[in-house]
Structures are given as structure tokens and as C-alpha cells.
Design a protein around this ligand. Sequence first.
Ligand code: ADP
Ligand code: ZN
Length: 596
Amino acid sequence: MSPDSPTTILRRVFGFPQFRGLQEEAVRHVTAGGDALVLMPTGGGKSLCYQVPALCRPGMAIVVSPLIALMDDQVAALRQLGVRAGALHSECDPAGARETAAALAHGSLDLLYVSPERLLGGLIARLEARRIALFAIDEAHCVSQWGHDFRPEYRGLACLAARFPGVPRIALTATADRRTRADILASLAMPEARVFVASFHRPNLFLAAAPKERPRAQLAALLARHRDESGIVYCGARARTEQVATRLRADGVQAVVFHAGLARAEKQAALGRFRAGEAVVMVATIAFGMGIDRPDVRFVAHLDMPDSPEAYYQQVGRAGRDGAAAEALLLYGLDDIARARHFLARSQAPASQLPALRARLDAMIGLAETGSCRTGALLACFDERLEGPCGHCDNCLAPRPALDATIAAQQLLSAVYRTGQRFGLRHVIAVLRGEASEAVRRHGHDRLALFGIGADRSGAFWQSVARALIGRGALVLGEGYATLALEGEVARPYLRGEQALHVAALPAPITPARPTETGAARSDVDDALFQRLRAWRKRAAEAQNLPPYLIFHDATLQDIAALRPDSLGGLAQIRGVGSAKLKRYGADLLVALSAR
Ligand code: ADP
Ligand code: ZN
């Protein structure tokens, strides 16, 4: 049998006309027998980097993955494509495991997904006599002791080099940092591997951030733009996920909760609903994420600010993996900044790590507050330079000039000082704006010289000045964030007007809708037809007990609705329609398309 070329496999099996970015080079390198380390953002298309070589090379490919849900998903997706795939892990149902073991014995598997424990615990000896196409090590950052997902079993994978000489290995991860990268190469004993680093720019992801003013209304506005779609709402605390979900349900949203405090069965149920549902909103703490590769997540909202650009990037990256437009909204407030500073101050982390943690937090605050291109600012955190503004963030859409807040900073710090550093921001702002509330009068603060000095500025403006000063460490919040005080050394130059302060003009409290058009083709999509195709897909998915996105992605259905092919040949031209799916669903689709 003459081996097929990578491009032939890509077109015939996966139905994609061409490789994306670095995929082609990585695929060629591994197909030719080379070792590789592939760093690509979530949604970048890592799977194809080993799946195509697996089908090009003789023998069975072994894919090591730490995530059971992900393995099962990949296997189901590959079977839909007509690829002979199976998985062996601790939660396989017995019948499925027997079937896979039999296929393994017959040598009739193209790809076998295994957990590292399974592979190293016995399976490996059975593979030595076999022809192995390649080893893929997915989520390879798990090998790194520095990462938060460290899996000691991953260390054992180093033995593959000696036990399977000549079999290429490809390690894949979405974690880009240099230390992890070096650690992976060393720990897997693949110093010669070629390293492929993709751009972390995600052009289909619309980024926005806004001060938390009316979080409920702000979230509602976002959800209104995504009525029949799925998304993730991240909260900083478990209790908050429950509150938010309860409110959303009252508004008719299908909200599911996930956090580390749930019982195992509850977690499973929540994940199951998220994976299978058409329009489920997951309200979760950061415990939710790894291993979720639902491709059609249309939005990610943060009701609390993450503590680093890395965390933020990973979390928003869960939206739009299918390449269609997706949206991320970050709401941030004084409380976030204060809480993060507070945690840092009492952190148990070794003293040597504190400066780095502080720098990451500052970078995150800067990212939230920036008035310039947000995508550019985010990528800069990973040493990637964007040429020009991105055109798909809130600041690119509605530029916000920088305002000189040097005098305002002076006034605000003075007001904190004059009121005795015993009051919260609301009180201080009331004094500045000349609002003689009961408390202001009771303390005689309406008689201060600076009472009403900032009446011409909005409360939101004063809040942004306060956040900026807290972000820079000139102001600190007391226990429970109820009171503000000056941090002498840092505050002094601001108080004297020697240190300038700029803040970006405020965004509209409800961020403008992202543009719905993402490509020329999108405007041609017949929405009624698209909805009909989704309804068809839902039935097809239910009949096979699979999540709908495994049948076809939204992007594929959108293209079908836009192009309205009237023959199997026409359908085959659409990206995402490979030969197996064409055979399985083509005729049905043509019927659904012609029914008017
Ligand atoms: P990752 O594992 O890097 O997060 P995936 O491998 O899941 O990303 O791919 C993300 C999405 O991109 C999937 O829906 C996949 O089908 C799609 N995709 C990957 N490569 C291509 C390509 N060359 N052309 C079109 N779509 C692709
Ligand atoms: Zn931008």
C-alpha cells in the first residue's frame, strides 16, 4: 500500500482544504520520522499535528493524554471521520475496553489513546513487538514540575526514547513559557526535537474589559448577544458561582455550576451537560477548564479578574476553538485588585518567587485598564509583537484616549488623608463630588476644603483613579477592603504632583456588541437555514448519543448554509466535510437543504 501524502489525508479524512500555520511543517517533520515539540494556543489545531502523521506512517500511533474526557472525545470524533481509534484508561466501560483490546491484538487500530499510567503499567511491553507509527504526548506541560498540572507519571515517558528507537515522538502543549519548554525537552529525553512555536494571536477572539459597575446588567448584555449558544462564566469564588447560576436560571438561562467543592458525581454531571448541550452556560471557578475541548464555546466572561495574563489567556482561549467568532469579556473592580494584592501580601510562596508573582499581577491589572489595543497588550505579555492594532478588541473598536489624572490623583489622595484614612472609597468619592450624605455630614466632612472639589467628574472616573492608585501601590485597602489608606513612600510623589498619572477614558459601562461579521462569507449565511441545519444536527447527534459538535461544527454548518451546495460533490468542497462524513450524512444534508 503506498502511503498517502499528508495533504491527501487532510483533505480526504478531515475534509480540510489546507493546513493551518505551522501544522504543515510539523506534520511533514514527524511524518518523516523526526521528534517535535509543538506549542500552539488552544484551538490552534494541535491534534492534526499528530493525527495526520499517524495516518501517513505505517503502524499504530500511541497518544498519551492525561485527560480521560478528552480522550473519549477525540476517539468519538475520529470514529466519525472513519478512523480506527480506541482508548484505554481507567474509566472505559468494559465492553469498549474489550473491543479496543481486541482491535489492538488484531493490529487493526490507527490510533490508540492511553493514559500514561496505562502505557507504563504493562501495555508498553506489549507494544515493543509492534510497529508503532509514532508517540504523541498531549498536554506535555504535565511533565514539568513548574506547571500547576504536574503529573509525576509523565516523567516515566522518558523511557520511550530508549525502548522505541526510531519511532518519532511529538509533544504538544498550549503552555508557551520558556522554562516549561526546556523542561519538556529534557524530561522526555528529546533534546534534538524540533520546536514549533505558533503565534498566540487568536484573530477570531474579540477581547473586551470593563470596570465592574453593574455586573449583572453587563453579563446580561453579553448573554443577550449569545442567546442559543454556549459559554463560560468564570467567578473568583465557589459561593459566587452558585449565586450567579441561580440568577441566570431565574432569567431562563441553562446555567450549570462547576467548582472543586462539588462531589465527583456532580462534577461528572455538570461536565456531561456542558459537553452535550446546545446552549449551556457553565458558571465556574478556575477549577473548570483543563480537558474541556468543546469547540463551539462562543463566549467567556470573567466576573472576577484572573491573577495573571497567563491564566487570563488560557481561560479566554477556551472560546472559539472552532475558529468562528467568539467573545471574551473581563469585568474588573477595585475588589479584585485589592484581593489579589492582599493574597500576595500573605502568600506562602517562597520569597524568591514573590517579585515574579507581583509582576504578573501588575501585568494583569495593566491589561484590564489599558486604553490601547488589548490583544497587542496581551500578546506582549508572551513576548509576541503584534504588527499594528488588532481590530478585534474593544479599544480598537472604540479608542479611549489617555486622560491626565495627575491632579485628580492628588485630590483623591488628599481626600483619603483628610478624612483620616478610616473610610471606604464610596465615602471618599462622596466627599470629592460634594455629596453631603448623612455620614459625610455626621463626620463634618462637608466642611473640608476639598469637599466638592471633584464634582465635575463622575463616580466612575474617581473609581478608575482609585484603581490606578491601588494598582500602583500608592493606596492600600484595609481589612475587608472597607477602608483606604495611603502607602506613604509610594503616595508622596503623587500627593505632591511630582508623579504623573494617566488613566484611559472610561469605556461605556455596557460594552458595545462585537461586530457579528467575521468574514465575508458570514454575511451570506441564511440564518433560518442555519437553524434548520442545527436542528437536523441535533437529531443526528441524539440518535447516536453524541455531542452535536462531533457531527459538524457550527462553522461547517454556516458554510453549508451560505453556499447551499446541491450535490454531494458540492458538499465535499466544504471544509469539515471529509469522505466518511460525506458518506454518512451527505444524502441527509441534501434533503435538509432542499426542504424549503
Ligand atoms: P487544540 O488541540 O490545539 O486546542 P484542535 O486540534 O482541537 O486544537 O483544533 C481546533 C479546531 O480547529 C478543531 O475544530 C479543528 O477541527 C480545527 N482545525 C484544525 N486544523 C484545521 C485546518 N487545517 N483547517 C480547518 N480547521 C482546522
Ligand atoms: Zn485591538
